[in-house]
Design a protein. Structure first.
Length: 391
């Protein structure tokens, strides 16, 4: 059959020494598949898109992984079904772990950024980067384990174990940051931000913290077991033990997903989920730290504002003698943006008159003086009192 492992099968009967149990694997498929619509429903209702996207994707992948194990019951040598089983049971928990990582920055921002040992947005970037590295390592390892270039699948399982090691380190870092943060709450009560006091003093928030911590511990236990499993290889005793696989690879991961889903962060945080996001909170802090606008409006103009084309701080230089002006613009503009409509006239010293202008001005003044004198001489003087009346 095309796609069979043939002579490179790790076991004589195919990939497993015994056929996968139909009942146990079928139950796990149903359990993980039931989580998917619940995750989508709560994600749309409470608008927790990233958290619900991680959790629903992880649950769906894990359900497909155990479906691949079911298909291996009837076709134990199929490389495609084996790849599907590994892909789901290995990559699915990575997305469920990402959902737990999404909650930590929100928890740190609820109490205030000053209490956090590390800035929440840095924590978010570090955890997301770890998830990306884990996914890439495991994806390459899965392909090499399912379709080995030679007889040995050890290189593929080693890469998967390396990715699981990074995942375990990220989970340990999650626990350490959260524990450090909780210790700071006890010693620095005065620095707690009272904005979300109604949230972090509620019982539902305490239940959410407890369930998240338990989910992280379960995922750390799963990662530890899976590292040991992949270190032995596909033909190892841990990988071939289907009962341990169903419990630690299936039931433990399902309980972790359920603990993240039941006290849903959208229900717990409600209106505070959006404002406590790591990157949105960072943008809001940057807006608060923006310096005020200077008094000179022309020094820092807002975007989109353009000064008048003829504007210049020097009033005399607004229109130079050499500038091209239309016939209608023979006079300087009445006003310019940023200047008063009637600027004060500049104080200029009058030029010295020429001798010709002085003589003309003197003659004009003398003529005016003589005319005034003639008018006064022709007018008879007014008598204040009649002579007959006085005497």
């Amino acid at each position: 059959m095309a796609g069979d492992c043939g002579s490179v099968c790790p076991m004589a009967d195919g990939f497993y020494s015994a056929k996968p149990n139909i009942g146990a694997n079928g139950a796990l498929v149903a359990l993980f598949a039931a989580l998917v619509p619940l995750c989508l429903f709560y994600g749309l209702r409470y608008r927790t898109i990233i958290f619900s996207g991680f959790l629903s994707t992880g649950s769906l992948l894990t359900a497909l992984g155990f479906l691949g194990r079911l298909l291996l019951n009837s076709t134990p040598t199929s490389q495609g079904y084996f790849l599907l089983s590994l892909l789901g049971t290995v990559l699915g928990p990575v997305f469920i772990t990402g959902a737990a990582f999404e909650a930590l920055p929100h928890i740190l921002n609820v109490y205030g950024e000053r209490l956090s040992p590390i800035r929440p947005w840095i924590v978010a970037i570090a955890l997301y980067t770890a998830c990306l590295v884990v996914g890439l390592l495991e994806l390459i390892g899965l392909c090499l384990a399912a379709f080995p270039p030679g007889m040995d699948r050890k290189s593929g399982t080693s890469l998967i174990a390396g990715g699981l090691g990074v995942q375990l380190l990220a989970l340990v870092g999650f626990t350490a940051i959260h524990a450090w943060f909780r210790m700071g709450l006890r010693t620095r009560r005065a620095d707690i931000d009272p904005k979300h006091a109604a949230l972090y003093e509620s019982a539902r928030f305490r239940r959410f913290l407890l369930s998240t911590q338990l989910a992280v511990l379960l995922l750390a236990g799963y990662s530890t077991y899976r590292i040991a499993e992949m270190a032995q290889g596909v033909a190892g005793s841990l990988f071939q033990n289907q009962y341990v696989t169903c419990v630690l690879d299936g039931l433990v991961v399902w309980l972790a997903a359920l603990l993240l889903l039941l006290p849903h962060p959208g229900y717990t945080f409600r209106a505070a989920w959006g404002p406590t996001s790591a990157f949105r909170h960072r943008k809001r802090l940057q807006r608060r730290r923006t310096p005020p606008t200077p008094l000179n409006p022309m020094q820092h103009r807002p975007e989109g504002y353009k000064a008048h084309a003829r504007y210049d701080p020097n009033i005399r230089a607004q229109i130079s003698p050499t500038s091209q002006r239309s016939p209608r613009a023979s006079e300087p503009p009445a006003s310019s943006p940023g200047l008063p409509s009637h600027p004060k006239a500049s104080l200029r010293t009058s030029p010295m008159p020429s001798p010709t202008e002085t003589m003309q001005t003197t003659g004009t003044i003398e003529n005016r003086t003589s005319l005034k004198a003639e008018r006064k001489s022709n007018v008879p003087p007014k008598r204040l009192v009649e002579e007959d009346t006085l005497w």
